[in-house]
Design a binder for this molecule. Structure first.
Ligand code: DOR
Ligand code: ZN
Length: 335
């Protein structure tokens, strides 16, 4: 059995910098046509110059692969219309982090309300620049995403023309919020379709499955699966593949992030096939995002085949999800 995917897209990806960039970027560039690249470097990517320099480093790291890095700025309340008008040709979106909520987000936004962010959000809305949000409060870890939903709703109501993407949603409440506002969209990761908190902490603690937002309850995973498997037009695949060196994961004080970039397409094929929904993988991993972002990716044909794929124990110094295990699908060819 085979499945052909046209120009798969990863709409939420961490490529890092330096040696880590060199080791992980080619893995995404091999099987995806393009990806939205997150700006949470140290220091964060907050200027047009930094965006362009980072893009050049990514292109150098991927060599000959046909892959378009779609760049993002790290949200600042001080971006005004004139600056964003200059930035627009170089970026696909702006990513907003609540301060301190996850890896390298210390310089994020303290108070998120539409009045405080008025100038920047009005400019983004007028210029048609999507707003991507890591939507978590500072509350109890299992409630953080749910508690953030009123913020999404206020922003969606105050800026009805602004495209807002709820990044890496993990709860049934976020799935429900999609239906209430025309301008709210979402990315969904591979790992949140596969695991709940049980897989992370129900037995021996699994540091390689620890991420932000933390995986939630079975009913939450069911809600995510229902919209992903149906390729609901408001959801798109965003891996949130977030590599950390092995010593930073297998440590007292484990870094948050699941590394899935090189296994994402085979694992998605396995998941969609097991639910009899293989036909919906194309819209979930590409078509929906093209429509939501108004984006035409480079042409890339990825053929997957149902043959066993033994996931490597490590890619460089990073341990992937399913390390050492066998997946039922593998990448047969990329053209
Ligand atoms: O688990 C995560 N890791 N969640 C994020 O939001 C950031 C990411 C990272 O950059 O490591
Ligand atoms: Zn992320």
């Amino acid at each position: 059995m085979q499945l052909t995917l046209n120009s798969p897209l990863d709409m939420h990806l961490h490529l890092r910098d330096g040696e880590m960039l060199k080791s992980v970027a080619p893995l995404s560039a091999h099987s995806f046509a393009a990806a939205i690249v997150m700006p949470n470097l140290v220091p964060p990517v907050t200027t047009i110059e930094a965006v362009n320099a980072y893009k050049a480093r990514i292109l150098e790291a991927i060599g000959e692969e046909r892959f378009e890095p779609l760049m993002t700025l790290f949200f600042k309340e001080s971006y005004d219309f004139a600056y964003l008008e200059k930035a627009k040709p170089y970026i696909s979106a702006i990513k907003l982090y609540p301060a301190g909520i996850t890896t390298n987000s210390e310089g994020g936004v303290g108070t998120i309300d539409s009045a405080a962010l008025q100038m920047t959000l009005t400019a983004m809305s007028d210029l048609g620049i999507p707003l991507l949000i890591h939507g978590e409060s500072n509350g109890f870890v299992m409630d953080r995403e749910k508690e953030f939903i009123p913020v999404y709703e206020e922003l969606a109501t105050q800026f009805p023309e602004l495209t807002i993407v709820m990044e890496h949603i993990t709860t049934k409440e976020s799935v429900a919020a999609l239906e209430r506002h025309e301008n709210l969209y979402a990315t969904i990761t591979l790992h949140h379709l596969l695991i709940t908190l049980d897989e992370v902490a129900g037995g021996m603690l699994q540091p390689h499955l620890f991420c932000k937002p933390i995986a939630k309850r079975p009913e939450d995973r069911e809600a995510l699966l229902s919209v992903a498997l149906a390729a609901h037009p408001k959801v798109m695949f965003g891996s949130d593949s977030a590599p950390h060196p092995q010593h930073a994961k297998e440590a007292c004080g484990c870094a948050a992030g699941v590394f899935t970039a090189p296994i994402a397409l085979p694992a998605l094929a396995q998941l969609f096939e097991s639910h009899g929904k293989l036909d919906n993988l194309q819209p979930f991993v590409s078509d929906n995002a093209q429509i939501i972002y108004g984006y035409t990716p480079p042409e890339k044909t990825v053929v997957l085949e149902k043959k066993p794929f033994r996931v490597p124990q490590k890619y460089g110094d990073v341990v992937p999800m399913y390390a050492g295990e066998e997946l039922a699908w593998r990448i047969a060819s990329v053209r």
